[in-house]
Design a protein around this ligand. Structure first.
Ligand SMILES: *Cc1c(COP(=O)(O)O)cnc(C)c1O
Length: 420
């Protein structure tokens, strides 16, 4: 294989670049679950843009309407003006997502990234309650802007802020203390007027922590958290940027717990096509924004609205995708469980189509990803010490592709473990 020409990336692109270091090649095209580099080598994508490509790369179901829209000079940039594309999307959100689930949410279009949605959610919660503290969780990840970083756990990422990150207080996530009931401390601190904890505006939580190492909160824990918040007048924000849009099975990851968050953030796969887009959903009575109080130039990425609308209608009008995700996830879970029985010092956890293979010796996780890459599989690590190989295939992955990917992963584990 010829070595990829990467000089311009090394000499011109900032040192901040990251994924290109894990996957040292130059990609050119992509389709479905596959990327192809400029030498023609194919890579099976079990990362899916960190959960942005739930329906795969360049999915033809979404591409055709997008091309037609562009070809007929449909609005591309629309600030927050009313457009035909946005009307169709809002109607589809109402009819496909909200009405069938009895969710009475209003829809805000913030800037097009997950961090934009998180910032808007935190700001709104503070405005509504008049309180400043936000409770977050150990190992949480909510984005790179200052507000989002203040509720993020990772020390290296936090250090990048360069200023104190304030008005947030971390609480133990489910399983963090290895106790049956990890909300004990939070409940106690909230109810004790001498705990030193200021009454918070909101709690922000991921139902499965993607970046934090595929930590899975139990449905019962989420229910207890929702009850705790509601009983004390604290708003519950579910950050569904990565776990929403069907990643764990149902469209919203909190559906398995039967809870209704006050505020929900969505981004990553909401446009369905990898086009930048984000949403904040809020209970109707919480829509206390003044006109223009929060804005952003790229709130109206109408091309993303086109693919988002088609994705919702095509994939979420029935439960076929949800059932398929559960079945594929179960298969991956069984395979990973069998692998952990062969190799001690490993374990696995996950839900739907997000799974982690956890290594006690964290360095092995990075090595497994490297060997898998050489063999044509894209997987990345996550967790505080990069100890977790995270499997995040597109939801549209085929059974044959799962077989192929798990085969590469298994060989990679064998190679890394035999070398020890
Ligand atoms: C990726 C992610 C974000 C940040 O989204 P960006 O688009 O990178 O700003 C926020 N929350 C969660 C849970 C994420 O996975």
């Amino acid at each position: 294989m010829t070595t990829a020409e990467t000089t311009v990336f090394e000499t011109l692109e900032s040192n901040v670049r990251g994924y290109c270091r894990s996957w040292p090649t130059v990609f050119e095209t992509a389709r479905g679950s596959w990327l192809t580099d400029e030498t023609g080598k194919d890579f099976l994508d079990f990362f899916a843009g960190a959960g942005t490509l739930n329906y795969g790369h360049n999915n033809p179901v979404l591409k055709r309407p997008l091309i037609d829209y562009l070809a007929t000079d449909g609005i591309t940039h629309g600030l927050d003006m009313s457009t035909v594309a946005k009307r169709r999307l809002l109607e589809t959100i109402r009819d496909v997502l909200l009405a069938p689930r009895d969710l009475d949410y209003k829809v805000q279009f913030p800037g097009p990234t997950g961090a934009n949605a998180v910032e808007a959610a935190l700001k709104l919660a503070r405005k509504i309650t008049g309180r400043s503290t936000i409770l977050n969780f150990t190992n949480a990840f909510h984005g790179m802007t200052l507000g989002a970083l203040s509720v993020t756990g990772n020390a290296a990422k936090r250090a990048g802020a360069g200023v104190p990150l304030v008005h947030a207080m971390p609480m133990p996530y489910d399983g963090y203390l290895d106790e049956a009931e990890d909300l004990t401390w939070m409940r106690r601190a909230l109810d004790d007027s001498s705990s030193g904890l200021d009454k918070p505006a909101a709690v922000i939580v991921e139902t499965v922590q993607g970046e934090g190492g595929v930590n899975v909160a139990r449905a019962q824990w989420l229910r207890h958290l929702a009850e705790l918040c509601s009983a004390r007048g604290i708003l519950l924000i579910v950050d569904d940027v990565q776990m929403g849009c069907g990643r764990t099975g149902p469209f919203f990851s909190f559906e398995i717990a039967g809870i209704t968050p006050d505020i929900v953030t969505l981004s990553k796969s909401i446009s369905g096509y990898g086009l930048p887009m984000a949403l904040v959903l809020m209970r109707r009575e919480l829509d206390q924004w003044a006109p223009g109080e929060h804005n952003g130039t790229f709130r109206g990425n109408n091309a993303a609205f086109i693919t988002a609308e088609v994705a919702l209608r095509h994939y979420w009008s029935d439960d076929a995708l949800e059932l398929a995700t559960a079945a594929k996830g179960e298969r991956i879970h069984r395979h990973l469980t069998a692998l952990t029985e062969v190799y001690d010092g490993t374990s696995t956890r996950g839900r739907g189509l997000v799974h982690g293979l956890v290594f006690e010796d964290a360095s092995q996780a990075t090595k497994v990803c490297r060997v898998a890459f050489e063999d044509g599989l894209l997987v990345e690590t996550s967790g505080s010490n990069d100890e977790v190989v995270k499997l995040l295939p597109p939801l549209t992955v085929t059974d044959d592709e799962i077989t192929h990917g798990l085969g590469i992963l298994t060989r990679a584990v064998e190679i890394v473990r035999d070398a020890h």
